[in-house]
Design a protein around this ligand. Structure first.
Ligand code: A2P
Length: 285
C-alpha cells in the first residue's frame, strides 16, 4: 500500500474502504472482510448509521487499531460549538476507540464554523489526528481555511472520470489540502464502469475497468474511497499499484468529464429545493 502524507505529516493509505449505504446488519462482516483482504483505511460517517458495526469489526479483527486509518464525518444536525465536540465523543464510543485518525465536516451547510472550532479543539487535545471537510467546494473551503482558525488537512468530494472536479482539485493542491474521492467508480451508476473508453484501456492493459478508474484518480494524487460488498472486487480495488496509465490514456479519460456530480450538483436547482421547506419556514413564507 502506498500512503499520502497530509500537511501535518500524518500518513493516510491511498486506497480506503467506504461504508456508505452498507446496511448496518451487513456492515460488521463486510468491514471484517475488508480488513482481512488488506484494507487499512476505513471511512464511515455519523449519518451512515453504521459506526457501531465498524467499531465491532475493528474489535473483532486481529489487525491492530494503530494500523488502521479511521475516519468519520460529523452530520450537519450535530454542527455548532459544543454540540460537535459531544457528537464526536459519541462517535468515539460507537467506534470503540479513544482517537480518530480523521474527522470531517460532512457538508458545507448550517453552523460549520462552530463545528470547525470543536474539531480544532479535538485536534489540539490529540483525540483526532487530522481534521477536514467533505463536499466543500473551493469557495467554502477558502472561507474556512482563511477564517476558521486552522486550515483543513483533507477535503472529500465526489470525484470520478465523469465528475473530475478540476477546479476544486487544483485549488486543493495549491493550498495543501489532500483531495479524497468519494464515488470513485460513479457509485455504480451508468457511465464510469461501462464507459467504452475506460473498458478499452482496461482490456488493453489486462486490468478491470474499476482498476483503471481508480488508477487514474491515484495518478492525480487523489486518495480513493472504494467500496464493494464482494470480496473479489474488494481485492481488485486494492490491487492498483502495479501499473501506470500512459499520458494518452490519461488524456482519453480526461475527455470524459461532464463537469457534474451525480449526487450534489450546486448548479442543479434540485440541490436548493432540498432546503426549500426549511428556508420557507425561516423566511415566514
Ligand atoms: P458491489 O458492492 O455490489 O460490489 P463507488 O465506490 O463509486 O461508490 O461505487 C460503488 C459501486 O460500485 C457499488 O455498487 C459496488 O457494487 C460497485 N463496485 C465496486 N467495486 C467494483 C469493481 N471492482 N467492479 C465492479 N463494480 C464495483
Amino acid at each position: 500500500m502506498e500512503f499520502a502524507t497530509l500537511s501535518n505529516g500524518v500518513r493516510m493509505p491511498k486506497v480506503g474502504f467506504g461504508v456508505y449505504r452498507v446496511p448496518a446488519e451487513e456492515c460488521q462482516p463486510v468491514v471484517q472482510k475488508a480488513l482481512e483482504v488488506g484494507y487499512r483505511h476505513l471511512d464511515t460517517a455519523q449519518c451512515y448509521f453504521n459506526e457501531e458495526q465498524v467499531g465491532a469489526a475493528i474489535q473483532a479483527s486481529p489487525v491492530d487499531r494503530s494500523d488502521i486509518f479511521l475516519t468519520t464525518k460529523v452530520w450537519i444536525g450535530c454542527y455548532g460549538e459544543g454540540q460537535t465536540y459531544a457528537s464526536v465523543e459519541r462517535s468515539l464510543r460507537r467506534l470503540k476507540t479513544d482517537y480518530l485518525d480523521l474527522v470531517l465536516l460532512h457538508q458545507a451547510f448550517a453552523d460549520y464554523y462552530g463545528a470547525w472550532r470543536d474539531l480544532v479543539r479535538l485536534y489540539e487535545e490529540g483525540k483526532v489526528r487530522a481534521i477536514g471537510t467533505s463536499n466543500f467546494l473551493p469557495v467554502r473551503l477558502a472561507d474556512l481555511a482563511a477564517f476558521g482558525g486552522m486550515a483543513p488537512q483533507v477535503n472529500q468530494v465526489e470525484t470520478n472520470p465523469l465528475c473530475q472536479q478540476r477546479v476544486a482539485h487544483d485549488y486543493m493542491a495549491a493550498v495543501g489540502v489532500q483531495h479524497q474521492a468519494w464515488a470513485p467508480l460513479g457509485a455504480g451508476a451508468a457511465g464510469v464502469l461501462d464507459s467504452p473508453v475506460i473498458c478499452g484501456i482496461a482490456e488493453r492493459l489486462g486490468k478491470t475497468t474499476a482498476q483503471v478508474a481508480l488508477r487514474w484518480l491515484l495518478q492525480r494524487d487523489i486518495v480513493v474511497l472504494a467500496k464493494s460488498t464482494h470480496e473479489e472486487r474488494m481485492r481488485q480495488n486494492l490491487d492498483v499499484f502495479d501499473f501506470e496509465l500512459a499520458a494518452e490514456d490519461v488524456a482519453a479519460i480526461e475527455a470524459l468529464d461532464t463537469g457534474h456530480g451525480t449526487f450534489i450538483d450546486p448548479s442543479d436547482p434540485a440541490t436548493i429545493d432540498f432546503f426549500r421547506p426549511l428556508v420557507e419556514e425561516r423566511c415566514g413564507l
